[in-house]
Design a protein around this ligand. Structure first.
Ligand SMILES: Nc1ncnc2c1ncn2[C@@H]1O[C@H](COP(=O)(O)OP(=O)(O)OP(=O)(O)O)[C@@H](O)[C@H]1O
Length: 592
């Protein structure tokens, strides 16, 4: 398991990403400096050539050395560029791996709070901004600082007075850059936030594409996404504007320094206190400054852009994850356990209690049905049973053990959960079936297909089990999806089966078949079903009636029909939850 990244300033975070690659980055820096030194020596050699010419000396060796330096500098630059790009790709890969690892382990409460599209953008888009910042940006800043410093020292050797003139100009420009650079960071953060909003808007609309089309909402959804696209554009433009200003300021710095040095130096030459070759050498240094100064400012710009993205990446890195899902599970007893809620209270953040002091017990094996009006807390109970959320008070016990002490991996290994809308993942039928039990034998697969009456479907399909089910299983009917979800759960051979019954997906024959399957399963495991059909509750060993987060009554069907008015009305409606039952029972059904 990966350690949660320690919170720190964005700059330190950036350095942390670069840290594993420090050797290559250092080598890269050395190459840049060597290439730069090759450039740095050129003005001195040029001065030698000029002096030799004026003194009628030999120029062959200085010229050869000059040519050698030019070639060596170019080769070193090429090698350094390759190393740097490779490291940049590695940094991005690592950041993406870490983010993917964390996103898939985020706590359910965090997943409730964040738009998936925005989270995806942080992996795909924000991470790319680190590519340059954590490598090229750092190397350019380091090499720029060293090269500029080296040039300034050599300029000081040539003429201290002219150096003072140059520094005066540079300090002025640096102050202006200090104003512009942080704005790049803010613009990038804004642009990336907007890119995340584009992802969120598209995810929302594409995830409910049929609803969008059926309601003719294409234009409205387009407008929402476009507003975010425009915001990204405007923020991107702002960033580009500030980037352009840094380039302008750098150019102006060099030109202004050149003119100032030319003016002052020219006067000095005229006064006879400076020789012409020294002035030319100094001016060459001023021109030489353009390149490392450009690298330094460009590097600072990259760092600022990276810092704008680091904030968003670190937000994900700071979200709480389920640390124990990768912990190897312990050996648990094979037999079906009892399931018990003891005085459990729970409320979603910012909402009133969804469960308030709920207690009930499902004995080992057998079927327990949860019934109640919409919003009574049935799905919330299932969520707590799987530790998607932790109770605010009380305890959930499986096999007599508090599940808080069990570890999520172990707990979820014992439980199979069939959600009401039967989510199916894009991929083949077989991949979906084996999702929770990849090691299941072909015979076991055939058995659950028969039990869930999917065998006929598989035979009819030209590709059989290898058939692609489409994104979210669109290539299957609702009933087929529900049966696939049940088959997947059964293949896992769970100790506890949590079944959120679909309200209207199955035809009578398949419903009967599935009831028989669940009854068979119930002999070897504890089944808890959120019941929406009368036939389910009449077959259940016990029924828990929930009302507004509290247990209203517990008993068998016959007992409850006799004793509980809400249950009687629910049963009479044949539809155990939802609006019809709501209307039947009135706003506040009286307790018997
Ligand atoms: N993720 C959530 N965030 C905030 N509130 C929630 C969340 N899920 C459920 N609730 C609220 O908790 C209460 C109980 O919801 P729950 O889904 O458990 O009811 P239910 O009995 O399963 O209803 P239904 O039969 O309609 O599915 C409801 O008031 C609901 O609005």
């Amino acid at each position: 398991m990966r350690p949660a990244p320690s919170p720190g300033s964005p700059s330190l975070t950036l350095l942390r990403y670069a840290r594993p690659h420090r050797r290559v980055l250092l080598a890269s820096l050395v190459l840049v400096l060597l290439a730069s030194a090759a450039g740095l020596a050129q003005p001195l050699l040029a001065r030698t050539v000029l002096t030799s010419l004026s003194e009628d000396g030999g120029v062959l060796w200085p010229v050869l050395a000059l040519a050698g330096l030019v070639v060596a500098g170019a080769l070193l630059t090429g090698l350094q560029s390759w190393w740097q790009q490779r490291t940049a790709e590695r940094v991005v890969r690592q950041v993406r791996r870490d983010l993917v690892h964390r996103l898939l382990r985020l706590r359910v409460g965090e997943l409730d709070r964040h738009a998936p599209g925005d989270l995806v953008a942080r992996v795909t888009s924000d991470s790319t901004l680190l590519r340059n910042a954590a490598t090229e940006g750092l190397v350019n800043v380091a090499s720029g600082v060293l090269s500029v410093a080296g040039a300034l020292v050599l300029m000081g050797v040539v003429h201290a007075g002219l150096l003072a003139v140059t520094l005066g100009v540079l300090v002025l420009v640096a102050a202006l850059l200090g104003v512009v650079l942080p704005r790049i960071r803010r613009a990038v953060a804004r642009a990336q936030g907007a890119v995340g909003a584009v992802g969120a808007a598209l995810d929302r609309a594409l995830g409910a594409a049929r609803t969008v089309k059926a309601n003719g909402a294409e234009a409205r959804e387009t407008a929402t996404a476009e507003a975010a696209v425009d915001e990204a554009y405007l923020a991107g433009l702002a960033g580009a504007r500030y980037g352009a200003w840094t380039a302008v300021l750098t150019g102006v710095a060099v030109q202004a320094a050149f003119l100032a040095v030319l003016g002052v130096g020219g006067a000095l030459v005229a006064a006879g206190s400076l020789d012409t070759p020294s002035l030319i050498a100094f001016l060459l240094y001023v021109f030489y400054l353009a390149s490392p100064l450009g690298a330094l400012v460009g590097g600072l710009g990259m760092l600022q852009a990276g810092l704008g993205a680091v904030g968003r990446i670190e937000q994900v890195a700071g979200l709480p994850v389920e640390e124990d899902v990768d912990v190897p599970t312990e050996q648990s007893p094979a037999e079906a356990p009892s399931v018990e809620l003891r005085e459990v209270s729970f409320g979603y953040p910012g909402r009133g209690p969804s469960l308030a002091g709920v207690s009930w017990r499902a004995p080992a094996g057998g079927q327990t049905a949860l019934v109640g009006l919409s919003g009574a807390g049935k799905t919330t109970t299932f969520a707590l049973l799987q530790r998607f959320y932790e109770p605010d008070a009380g305890a959930v016990l499986i096999g007599g053990r508090d599940i808080a002490t069990l570890g999520r991996a172990e707990l979820r290994r014992r439980i199979a959960y069939v959600e009401q809308d039967s989510p199916v993942l894009a991929g083949t039928l077989e991949a979906n079936l084996r999702y929770a039990a990849p090691a299941a034998s072909d015979a076991e697969v055939a058995e659950v297909l028969r039990a869930t009456r999917l065998d006929g479907l598989v035979e009819r399909l030209p590709d059989g089990l290898a058939t692609e089910v489409g994104t979210r299983g669109v290539a299957l009917s609702g009933g087929e999806r529900q049966r696939l979800a049940i088959a997947r759960a059964l293949l896992r051979r769970p100790q506890v089966l949590l079944l959120d019954e679909a309200t209207a997906q199955l035809d009578a024959r398949n419903e009967q078949a599935l009831r028989e399957v669940v009854e068979t399963v119930a002999r070897g495991c504890t089944v808890i079903v959120i019941a929406h059909r009368l036939s389910t509750v009449t077959g259940a060993d016990r029924i828990v009636v929930l009302e507004r987060g509290r247990v209203r009554a517990v008993g068998t069907h016959d007992e409850l029909v006799a004793a509980d008015s809400l249950y009687r009305e629910l049963a009479a409606s044949q539809l155990l939850t939802g609006d019809v039952a709501d209307e039947l029972s009135g706003a506040a059904p009286a307790r018997d």
